[in-house]
Ligand binder design. Structure first.
Ligand SMILES: CC(C)(COP(=O)(O)OP(=O)(O)OC[C@H]1O[C@@H](n2cnc3c(N)ncnc32)[C@H](O)[C@@H]1OP(=O)(O)O)[C@@H](O)C(=O)NCCC(=O)NCCS
Length: 438
C-alpha cells in the first residue's frame, strides 16, 4: 500500500473505530471457518477488534469436526428436522471435538502481539441447557436447547475486558451435558446481551445473487426468501443458512446489524467493519423498519399504539380530530405496515422551543433502542427548524429522559402558550434539553 493510501485508509476508518468502541459484538464461528486456512488471520483480526475496545463474545460450532470423528468411529450422524440426535456415544465425540476447538481457539487468542497484553479468554457455564425431548416419536436424547443464559456473568466478564468464548455444549441443572445448535446460542446471546452486531462467516463473501455477486444489503424479508431457498436446496446446514436464521431472529429482536463475510478471504472482517461499503452482506434492522413522518392513513395504527397508554394514564388523551390536525408532527416507526413507535414534535417557533410529545414504543418492541431512534429523529427535525431547546412533560419516564441529556425544569421554562395550558393537576415533570451543544 502506498503511504498516501495508508494515511487515507487510516483517516477513513477512524469514525468506525469510535463508533464501535464499547459496543458488544457476537461472532459466530462454525467448524468450517475454524478448519479453514485463513482462520489464524481471523483470530488475529478478532484480537485487533478487542484492542480497539470492542466487547466480544465468540460462539463456536463444530459440526464438520464432529462428523469427521463420527465417520472415523463408523457412526452415521442422525438428524431429525435438521437437528442432530445426540446419543451418549455421539456426545462423547462431540465433547472431544468441541473441547479441542475450545483449547485451540483459546490458544490462538492467547498468542500475544508485540506490545499487547495477553488476552483474557473466558469460557464458563454461561449457558444452561435442558433436553429438547421427544418429537414425532423421535427422542433427541442429549440434544438440548437453552434453558437460561447467565447474562450478568457474561456482562461482568466483558466489563473486565475478557473475550467470552461459548461452546455448543452446555450443562443442565440436573448435572447432565447437552449438545446445542451453536446458531441458537449465538442468537439468544446477541438478543439477551443487546449486542450491537452479530457477525458470521461462510465460504462466499456473504449472500450471493444469481450472478454470484455479493448482495451488500439484505432486508429481513429478502433474507427469509434466501433462507427458504437454501433449505429447499438441502443446504440447511450451510454456514449461510445458519447465519440467516440467526440474523433474521436477532434483527426482529433489536440487534441493529448482522454481517456475513467470507472466512476464506483475508481481512474481510476489518473491511466489513471499518469501511463504508463493506465487503460482505449486511442485514439491518433499519431495512425492516421505516422511520418516517406520519400521514393521515397512519391514524388508525397510531391510535392502536397510543390508546392503551392513554388508558393507563401514561399519555394524555388525544382525540382523533386532534391527531388528524397534528399528523405531520408525528414521526413513526413502521414495521411491515404496523406502527410500532411514535413521537410528535410540537414547535413553538417564537421561543425557538419544541415539545417532544406522545413518545411511545409498542410493548413487544421495547428495550431495543427504538426510543433512542425516535429521540434522534425528533432532534434532527427540531434542529432543521432552528429549535434551540427541546422539552418534554412526563409523569413516569423522567429517568429515561434524564439519561439522554434532559434536565428538570419548571413551568416558567415553558413557552408562553404551553405554560397557559399546563395541567397542574397532572403534576407532570418538565424536562428540557438544549440542542445547541449537540
Ligand atoms: C419510554 C419508552 C418510549 C422507551 O422506549 P424503548 O424503545 O423501550 O427505549 P430504549 O430501548 O431506547 O431504552 C430502553 C431503556 O430505557 C429504560 N426505560 C424504559 N422505560 C423507562 C422509564 N419509564 N423510566 C426510566 N427508564 C426507562 C429501560 O429499562 C432500558 O434501560 P436499559 O437500556 O438500561 O436496559 C417506552 O418504554 C414507552 O413507550 N413507554 C411508555 C410510554 C412513555 O412512558 N412515554 C413517555 C411519556 S412522553
Amino acid at each position: 500500500m502506498r503511504s498516501t493510501e495508508l494515511v487515507q485508509w487510516f483517516r477513513q476508518s477512524t469514525p468506525y473505530v469510535n463508533m464501535h468502541r464499547g459496543k458488544t459484538f457476537v461472532i459466530m464461528l462454525d467448524g468450517d471457518a475454524i478448519a479453514g486456512a485463513n482462520f489464524i488471520n481471523i483470530i488475529s483480526d478478532i484480537s485487533l477488534l478487542h484492542s480497539l475496545g470492542i466487547k466480544l463474545i465468540i460462539v463456536f460450532g463444530a459440526r464438520v469436526q464432529i462428523n469427521t470423528l463420527l465417520a472415523q468411529h463408523g457412526i452415521e450422524p442422525i438428524y431429525h428436522k435438521n437437528i442432530r440426535v445426540t446419543d451418549p456415544r455421539t456426545l462423547e465425540l462431540v465433547k472431544q471435538a468441541v473441547g479441542k476447538l475450545n483449547y485451540d481457539i483459546t490458544a490462538r487468542l492467547t498468542l500475544r502481539l508485540p506490545h499487547s497484553p495477553i488476552l483474557n479468554v473466558v469460557s464458563s457455564n454461561f449457558i444452561l441447557a435442558q433436553p429438547i425431548g421427544v418429537d414425532d416419536g423421535v427422542d433427541y436424547m442429549l440434544s438440548g436447547k437453552i434453558r437460561r443464559i447467565e447474562v450478568e456473568n457474561i456482562k461482568q466478564q466483558l466489563e473486565r475486558d475478557a473475550i467470552v468464548l461459548i461452546s455448543p455444549i452446555a450443562p443442565s441443572v440436573t448435572g447432565e451435558t447437552f449438545n446445542l445448535p451453536f446458531e441458537e446460542i449465538a442468537t439468544q446471546v446477541a438478543i439477551k446481551l443487546k449486542a450491537e452486531k452479530l457477525i458470521g462467516f461462510c465460504d462466499t463473501q456473504g449472500i450471493l445473487d444469481n450472478d454470484r455477486q455479493t448482495l451488500s444489503d439484505l432486508a429481513p424479508q429478502q433474507a427469509i426468501i434466501h433462507l427458504e431457498k437454501l433449505i429447499e436446496d438441502n443446504q440447511y446446514h450451510s454456514s449461510q443458512a445458519r447465519f440467516l436464521q440467526a440474523a433474521i431472529e436477532v434483527c426482529r429482536s433489536g440487534v441493529k446489524r448482522s454481517h456475513l463475510i467470507s472466512y476464506e478471504e483475508d481481512g474481510s472482517l476489518l473491511q466489513e467493519l471499518f469501511t463504508r461499503d463493506g465487503v460482505g452482506t449486511q442485514l439491518s434492522m433499519e431495512n425492516a423498519e421505516d422511520v418516517r413522518i406520519a400521514t393521515i392513513q397512519d391514524i388508525p395504527g397510531l391510535l392502536e399504539l397510543i390508546r392503551p397508554l392513554e388508558q393507563q394514564g401514561i399519555l394524555v388523551k388525544r382525540s382523533r380530530e386532534q391527531l388528524e390536525m397534528d399528523i405531520a408532527n408525528y414521526t413513526i416507526i413502521d414495521r411491515d405496515g404496523v406502527i410500532i413507535a411514535c413521537a410528535a414534535l410540537n414547535v413553538y417557533a417564537q421561543e425557538k422551543m419544541a415539545e417532544m410529545a406522545c413518545v411511545a414504543v409498542h410493548p413487544d418492541y421495547r428495550n431495543s433502542s427504538r426510543g433512542d431512534i425516535l429521540l434522534e429523529e425528533i432532534q434532527k427535525r427540531a434542529k432543521q427548524q432552528n429549535i434551540e431547546k427541546l422539552f418534554v412533560l412526563t409523569t413516569r419516564t423522567v429517568h429515561w429522559f434524564q439519561e439522554r441529556g434532559f434536565h428538570l425544569a419548571d413551568v416558567t421554562n415553558l413557552p408562553q402558550d404551553k405554560r397557559q395550558h399546563y395541567n397542574y393537576a397532572r403534576r407532570s415533570k418538565i424536562l428540557v434539553k438544549s440542542l445547541k451543544e449537540e
